[in-house]
Design a protein around this ligand. Structure first.
Ligand code: SRM
Ligand code: SF4
Length: 567
């Protein structure tokens, strides 16, 4: 089990951090700078926060010899994306006071605050905890927010799956008391090295780890992009087990073929009651065998490809003490959300709002935050964030529906009903100005891009056709662009690589099509494809399937093939 390769700097830092304490308290207390020390910035991720700076202001501040405009991104841990109206109101208040008047729904069903000043960090994190939520393990080399199918109207199984997502999240949490000491004024251990991490150990995982639960026919959490996925198997309305999916992941580095997006493999079936043990054991195998010398090669997907699935299955069975059963058949139809009003069998209403890029802030066009705050004040159901960056106002009673509809109209919250199929299925990552890794715009570009593509679709008679579009500002893949029928990945300011042909249900990767395109070139590249699709598609044929059938791109299932031919 011992790894003879030299551990990378992050491994040494984690090991010496006294279970994630580092010198965070000292860094927070230093009034001379809006930043923390570089090592503490790395450790803070495990506490759910990233140090960033406003990249729009970088050059000007440099010119003025000022330090960068530091601010912290704070990510909430919210398994399954469910929160109550009371929690909503608390997060809304924190966002208005300390987060620049914005909340952002992420592609893992949770909220992020951006631009929190160092001096407010503790107030914000403590405030989130007061709302009975927290931020621990929302980032860092640990299990991240557990995502879960959450369309309540599709199945009464939602509640059961949601419970499993919460239990998974709890079960895989770090146990260090550093979080309570730093953010919640918990009693300080006199000897922090006596703290404990029974599952993770002192070095935690080699890299981030992601878990999700899907309920066919919806693959709305992109189960094949998770390090560890569970596909719920249902017979006669009862949950009978979970197909176990291992080794998904999106991130890659352009021009480095040793890195690639990878679809998870379905390796077997476990009983519902075995899910915690399976998750813990898979995570422990990655803890013990993941590459701790090279962070670009440290995700679980590479451990699997390096050692092989047969090795992994044998290791898993030997640690579990039993073999998984053969997987059960399943079929996914979509990776998207069903926007609009839906009524369930009990007469409750659910409204799924489409939110481009998941950004909630008041603008002259739409008072997102104000409108949703007003709704939270009268709503007696719950809110559900989706992994497609949308929002479900769930369990609205018949009596409350007119008042909620009135508030939506008053605050000009868009009715997604007339939206094009492309707009309904568009995602983008944050990118500029906050993301330190962005090479191009993403969130701020998406509305323009969609508005330029819609007339082409309209002209081709495809306005209502559901087509998945995902944009990211760099190849790390935060909006899972390699699982979109149209994926655009930022390479340099104003330049994108175009990937085409993923499965509509997120079950096939797309493939590189064109590189280094400007916005005009993206539009020009897609126009003839839309036109050809409209003219020559088979009955019910999806855009991605059409592009593969006509040979525009190959059908890619194996991640290792992905970077062949791309720069
Ligand atoms: Fe991500 C890093 C934002 C989902 C793959 N991601 C980042 C950072 C923290 C940049 C950084 O390291 O400095 C971004 C912060 C931007 C900002 O200003 O907020 C960032 N990732 C996001 C979010 C907010 C995108 C969004 O638009 O919603 C998502 C937060 C999810 C959450 O709530 O936990 C987000 N990131 C993802 C996903 C999608 C998913 O998990 O389903 C992926 C692809 C799946 C995967 O993990 O393989 C993803 N993020 C990455 C990577 C590439 C990891 C790799 O294996 O190579 C990085 C870079 C890294 O870790 O070094 C990254
Ligand atoms: Fe930043 Fe790249 Fe992730 Fe977009 S994909 S948020 S640019 S790391």
């Amino acid at each position: 089990m011992a790894d003879s390769r030299t551990p990378c700097a992050e491994e040494v830092l984690k090991e010496r951090s006294r279970y994630l304490r580092g010198t965070i308290l000292e860094s927070l207390a230093d009034p001379a700078t809006g930043a923390v020390s570089p090592d503490d910035a790395k450790l803070l991720k495990f506490h759910g926060t990233y140090q960033q700076d406003d990249r729009d202001l970088r050059t000007e501040r440099q010119r003025q010899k000022l330090e960068p405009a530091y601010g912290f991104m704070v990510r909430v841990r919210m398994p399954g994306g469910v929160c109550t109206p009371e929690q909503w109101l608390r997060l809304d208040e924190l966002a208005r006071r300390y987060g620049g008047g914005s909340l952002r729904i992420t592609t893992r069903q949770t909220f992020q605050f951006h631009g929190v000043a160092k001096r407010h960090l503790k107030t914000v994190i403590a405030g989130i905890n007061q709302a009975l939520l927290n931020t621990i393990a929302a980032c860092g080399d640990v299990n991240r927010n557990v995502v879960c199918h959450n369309n309540p109207y599709l199945s009464p199984l939602h509640g059961e799956l949601y419970e499993w997502s919460k239990r998974l999240s709890e079960h895989l949490l770090p146990r260090t008391r550093a979080y309570h000491e730093i953010w919640l004024d918990g009693e300080r251990l006199t000897d922090p090295s006596a703290d404990e991490e029974p599952l993770y150990g002192r070095r935690y995982l080699p890299r981030k780890f992601k878990v999700g639960i899907a309920l066919p026919p919806d693959n709305d959490i992109d189960v094949f992009a998770q390090d560890l996925g569970f596909i719920a198997i249902v017979a006669r309305g009862q949950l009978t087990g979970f197909n176990v999916v291992v080794g998904g992941g999106m991130g890659m580095t352009l021009g480095d073929p040793a890195t690639y997006p990878r679809l998870g493999d379905v390796i077997g079936l476990c009983a519902p009651g075995q899910i915690l043990q399976v998750a813990e054991t898979v995570l422990a195998i990655q803890r013990d065998y993941g590459d701790r010398s090279n962070r670009k090669h440290a995700r679980f997907k590479y451990t699997l490809d390096d050692r092989g699935l047969a090795w992994f299955k044998a290791e898993l069975a030997s640690r579990l003490g039993f073999e998984l059963e053969p997987p059960q058949p399943f079929r996914f139809e979509t990776s998207g959300d069903r926007l609009g009003w839906q009524r369930d069998g009990r007469g409750l209403w659910h409204l799924t709002l489409g939110i481009l890029s998941g950004r909630l802030r008041d603008t002259p066009e739409t008072e997102w935050l104000t409108g949703l705050r007003e709704i939270a004040r009268i709503h007696d159901g719950d809110f559900r964030l989706t992994a497609n960056q949308n929002l479900i106002i769930a369990r609205i009673s018949e009596a409350n529906k007119p008042a909620i509809a009135e508030l939506l109209a008053r605050h000009r919250i868009p009715d997604p009903e007339p939206w094009s199929g492309l707009r309904r299925h568009a995602l983008s990552c944050v990118a500029l100005p906050t993301c330190g890794l962005a090479m191009a715009e993403s969130e701020r570009w998406l509305p323009t891009l969609v508005a330029r593509l819609e007339p082409l679709l309209e002209a081709a008679g495809l306005a209502r056709e559901a087509i998945t579009l995902r944009v990211t500002g760099c190849p790390n893949g935060c909006a899972r662009p390699y699982l979109a029928e149209i994926g655009l990945v930022g390479k340099a300011p104003g330049k994108y690589n175009l990937y085409l042909g993923a499965g509509f249900a997120g079950d096939r990767l797309n493939a590189p099509y064109r590189e280094n395109l400007t916005e005009d070139e993206v539009v020009a590249a897609l126009a003839p494809l839309f036109e050809h699709y409209a003219r020559a598609r088979a009955d019910n044929e999806r855009f991605g399937d059409f592009l593969v059938r006509l040979g525009y791109v190959p059908a890619l299932l194996a991640g290792r093939e992905f970077q062949r031919g791309s720069q």
